[in-house]
Design a binder for this molecule. Structure first.
Ligand SMILES: Cc1cc2nc3c(=O)[nH]c(=O)nc-3n(C[C@H](O)[C@H](O)[C@H](O)COP(=O)(O)OP(=O)(O)OC[C@H]3O[C@@H](n4cnc5c(N)ncnc54)[C@H](O)[C@@H]3O)c2cc1C
Length: 487
């Protein structure tokens, strides 16, 4: 198991009797057994993490999923839940042992119920986020979670990672968008918690235990999701800024003038935007000149488009006068809006052509963003002269993807080899500002050691207690979130 290595997806160790039982439960199309067919499940996005599996189980119903988990638990076989396999922290890949059963939710794709009056939709975990958005649209509603990976990531994966994205500023992250869950527990029992309630004080809120648990406490099979009115008007602008502090002043101004209507506020550093322009075919910068920082801002509302556009123009005019903005464009058409968003959503492609980097998914209080960036830039330059900046993120949520690139004189592989040192410099500064080492991607296997370093003994003890209570044999996604027990 590990970053960069790509292992053959070889099935090594499944007892014949268990394999036969799984085949009987899942039918011929439900169990993937050949190494070639298993390969895509064993390697994560960008081939950053890879492992080996014994088989890939693809249940088509909760009953099948529960039976698969029960059989694996009985045989003490480790399991890795997997959704769209777009996670960036190595949470959905097995280890190198070849003993693991990957449980892929991709065949659980039913919409179980729609309740327009309750503004909810009940879906199975294997629907992609884009499919759920489309279902909501058919109902005349909005499901607001929005990520660049939405065509592939699944609702189960979004729940398991407590996904964020570009609309958190207005609608909150996945934790706030779900009312009920159905979960297969690590012993195969099913917790039926598909309640569509906005108020429920009857004891512990069990769904919150599973949201963000990255498949280590159970397999999410279905969810009741909250829906919202579809905005009638959307206006999108991109502004060029002199420095990162200006983005906070602009955020305050935009909030004051647009209130709840401010729905996205995304920051990009100059090199990140330049690389996106290079990486995306047919793209160009919306500005004639280069600037140090760029901000993508979106407002949406139920009123007329003219009023919304006037309000956004008012924000930008006030920002010009205050010296917060050097240049700005407002999209005049859907195509222009799409092109502005492509620059932001193409940051993963931009990163690929920019060169070797170390990714950080950090959050700090919004007020601390300028200090965090200034201190991290200076500390990295002191420790690794020539290291190159690359950063973008959801600045309205305090979440920056701070992903420095290798100095040009470093040999290939050196940046990756020095990842732990670089992490320590960045994460120490994040923690000094009261921040988090993962805002939205999760710990997976990538940040397990960092979490063990920074979390208090009491918090780690609480986490281990919860894990042991639900999964006493440590079979559900071992080695993720918490280090696997020794022996
Ligand atoms: C280009 C790009 C942009 C991205 N942008 C964002 C962003 O803006 N915001 C953001 O939050 N993330 C982002 N991501 C990361 C990723 O898309 C999200 O973490 C997403 O929620 C993962 O969903 P998935 O279905 O692909 O999960 P997977 O990658 O399959 O799994 C992720 C984790 O969830 C667990 N899991 C998956 N399904 C289940 C289930 N049904 N039950 C229990 N556990 C399960 C897995 O074991 C693993 O630990 C981005 C990724 C890419 C490639």
């Amino acid at each position: 198991m590990g970053e960069v290595d790509t292992l053959p997806a070889q099935g090594a160790g499944l007892d014949d009797a268990l394999a036969a039982r799984l085949r009987a439960v899942l039918g011929p199309s439900g169990l993937v057994e050949s190494p070639a067919d298993m390969a895509p499940y064993c390697t994560g996005f960008g081939a950053a993490f890879s492992g080996r599996a014994a088989v890939v189980a693809r249940p088509a119903s909760t009953a099948q999923a529960a039976e698969v988990v029960r059989l694996c638990a009985e045989a003490r076989v480790p399991m890795v839940p997997q959704g769209g396999n777009t996670g960036l922290a190595g949470g959905a890949q097995p280890d190198a042992s070849g003993r693991t059963v990957i449980i892929s939710l991709g065949r659980m794709r039913r919409v179980r119920a729609v309740d327009a009056a309750n503004d909810t939709i009940t879906v199975e975990a294997g629907l992609t986020l884009a499919e759920v958005q489309a279902q909501a649209e058919q109902m005349g509603r909005l499901f607001p979670l929005s990520l660049a990976s939405e065509g592939s990531c699944q609702i189960g994966g979004n729940l398991a990672t407590n996904a964020g994205g570009t609309q958190v500023l207005r609608y909150g992250n996945m934790r706030g968008l779900v009312l009920g869950l159905e979960v297969v527990l690590p012993d195969g029992r099913v917790w039926e918690g598909l309640r569509g309630l906005r108020k429920d004080s009857a004891g512990y809120d069990m769904k919150q235990v599973f949201i963000g648990s990255e498949g280590t406490l159970g397999l999410i099979t279905a969810a009741v999701l909250r829906l919202f009115p579809r905005p009638r008007a959307v206006e999108t602008a991109m502004a060029a800024l002199p420095d990162v502090a200006a983005s906070l002043a602009l955020l305050a101004l935009a909030r004051e003038r647009l209130g709840e209507g401010l729905s996205a506020f995304e920051l990009m550093r100059a090199p990140s935007l330049d690389y996106a322009v290079q990486a995306l075919p047919g793209q160009s910068s919306p500005f004639a000149q280069a600037h140090p920082w760029y901000l993508l801002m979106e407002a949406s509302g139920q009123g007329g488009g003219d009023a919304l556009r006037a309000a956004l123009e008012g924000v930008l005019e006030a920002a010009f006068e205050a010296g917060l903005v050097r240049d700005a464009v407002i999209a005049d058409s859907q195509e222009q809006r799409r092109r502005l968003w492509a620059l932001r959503e193409g940051q993963a492609e931009a990163q690929k052509i920019a060169g070797e980097g170390v990714k950080h998914d950090v959050s700090v209080p919004v007020s601390a963003i300028p200090a965090f960036i200034a201190e991290a830039d200076a500390a990295l330059e002191r420790a690794f002269p020539g290291i190159r900046p690359f950063a973008f993120g959801h600045v309205g949520d305090g979440n920056i993807h701070y992903n420095p690139l290798a100095p040009r004189h470093w040999a290939p592989g050196e940046m990756t080899a020095r990842r732990a040192e670089i992490n320590r410099v960045v994460h120490d500064i994040v923690m000094a500002h009261g921040g988090s080492i993962s805002a939205e991607h999760g710990l997976g296997q990538m940040r397990v050691e960092e979490a063990a370093h920074y979390k208090s003994a009491t918090e780690l003890d609480l986490m281990r207690t919860l894990k042991a209570a639900l999964d006493p044999h440590g079979l559900m996604n071992p080695g993720k979130v918490l280090a696997a027990p020794m022996g």
